[in-house]
Design a protein around this ligand. Structure first.
Ligand SMILES: *Cc1c(COP(=O)(O)O)cnc(C)c1O
Length: 460
């Protein structure tokens, strides 16, 4: 329905805008509500729970504003992300700064603004020693990130709790645990403990083990301190997303319940909690809609050349096995041709939601490569996918792309960042779009590419 409306309302027609990104506002609100409800159901009476959104998953100011309306703050990891959170009006008290490479200037700014932060390592603690005024009531909550080294999931690049991960203090390394306990004893202003053990590809049980390890360390620190010095546990984020169908699985509810079963002490009210979910809040709400510029064939393989490739589907193009996406087919008027039945090369199973209901599903399927516009051979968002044939003027929709896709573009071939449009459906069934981000203009591309310094290399 939204695709047809996007086509009818001209969001992806014409020469200049052959690609657009759509965000389902209701789906974002529902995900936020499900997250809140999941933790409300297991947390103790009066327990402080701050949910933050990992800004890198969808670094768009209106999205951060919408989430703030839903009571969700921001987890930021760079000066840019902090600026976005501030532009969205997210209060300092609902913001957390985590980054493995904070500069002294960033640390100073966070302290000045009253933004909670988690130090990544010993050297960063030493920098904080120079900056923190013990006892100053304006000092924001400060913590340390630890790596419980519980192991990785199925995607190496998303596994942050392996033995050699670059993040946090590696707890199981010789002497590290004792050193962390001492670091807290020496610094009464360290009141939070942070871990983020992984993301897509992590089994829920392993994530719960990470929470258990964090909780147990906090108890040990507090026992050594003889007081409840650590008062808040920052549990990180990373709930995996199902990219194979419309089903939302696992759910926030399942995860919160598993946490409560695995680590009951998390919810007995002795600690405040911070969460940092990203992908699971936004992925299902997003669709990339791209026109099919040409339909061709090579070596017996059908190829749809579309306007969606590596410039907005970076992970899928470069590591296709780890990040398969469903692709739904639409005709030139935005009518469904089917095809969103899974990410497998053989068509997959199940009725793939809004797109799977087209008459074409099950009939007239062809094995196709869905290619992007970039000038390298690997620029394919799907390979040998069995789906309805895409013809010139049709549209390909990349589903579940609300996080880490159009919000994290890649500047290849000087292709513009596509426009992002949020939509709601009125009670009367009318689809209304608002602009979340304008499409990047050619003038902006020139400006971002040194246009103001044209003669810089000729001057002597
Ligand atoms: C990326 C990140 C998250 C969010 O991960 P998702 O998989 O998007 O949910 C949370 N915390 C930290 C520290 C992160 O780096």
């Amino acid at each position: 329905m939204a695709v047809r409306a996007a086509v009818e309302q001209g969001l992806v027609t014409g020469d200049r805008e052959p690609i657009a990104a759509l965000l389902d506002v209701r789906a974002i609100r529902e995900a936020a509500g499900a997250l809140r409800a999941a933790f409300d159901a297991v947390s103790g009476p009066g327990q402080d729970v701050l949910h933050t959104f990992a800004v890198k998953a969808a670094s768009l100011v209106p999205v951060l504003r919408l989430l703030a309306d839903e009571g969700i703050g921001c987890e930021v990891a760079s000066p840019g992300e902090l600026a976005l959170a501030r532009a969205a009006g997210v209060p300092a008290a609902a913001t957390v700064l985590d980054s493995p490479a904070k500069t002294p200037g960033e640390l100073r700014e966070a302290l000045l603004l009253g933004i909670a932060l988690n130090a990544d390592n010993r050297s960063e603690l030493a920098r904080l020693d120079e900056l923190v005024r013990p006892g100053d009531p304006a000092t924001p909550p400060l913590g340390l990130r630890v790596n419980p080294q519980i192991g990785g999931g199925s995607i190496d690049a998303m596994s942050t709790a392996t033995a050699t991960s670059k993040f946090g203090v590696a707890l199981a390394d010789p002497g590290a645990r004792e050193e962390v306990v001492r670091a807290y004893r020496d610094r009464p202003w360290l009141t939070r403990l942070h871990s983020h053990v992984g993301s897509q590809g992590m089994p829920l049980e392993l994530m719960a083990e990470g929470a258990r390890a964090t909780y147990e360390l906090a108890e040990e620190i507090n026992a050594a301190a003889g007081r409840r010095q650590v008062d808040t546990l920052d549990l990180g984020g990373g709930l995996p997303v199902n990219f194979g169908s419309d089903a939302i699985t696992p759910t926030f509810e399942q995860y919160a319940r598993l946490l409560a079963e695995t680590v009951p002490g998390l919810f007995d009210g002795s600690y405040g909690l911070v969460t940092e979910f990203g992908r699971s809040l936004l992925a299902k709400a997003g669709t990339i809609l791209a026109r099919v510029e040409y339909a061709k064939s090579a070596g017996g393989r059908s190829i749809a050349v579309t306007h969606a490739g590596a410039q907005i589907a970076v992970r899928t193009v470069f590591t296709p096995d780890a990040w398969p996406l469903r692709v739904a087919a639409y005709d030139a008027k935005g009518g469904s041709k089917g095809g969103a039945d899974g990410t497998g090369g053989t068509g997959g199973t199940g009725a793939g939601g809004e797109a799977g209901t087209g008459e074409a599903s099950g009939a007239g399927l062809v094995e196709q490569d869905i290619a992007g516009p970039c000038c390298f051979a690997g620029d394919l968002v799907a390979r040998g996918r069995l789906m309805p044939r895409l013809d010139e003027g049709d549209y390909a929709a990349l589903l579940d792309t609300g996080a880490y896709y159009f919000s994290n573009p890649f500047g290849y071939n000087s292709l513009p960042r596509p426009g992002v449009y949020g939509f709601t459906v009125t009670d009367g069934g009318e689809v209304r779009f608002v602009t979340v981000r304008d499409p990047q203009t050619l003038a902006e591309i020139v400006g971002d590419s040194g246009g103001a310094h044209r003669d810089a290399l000729r001057e002597r």
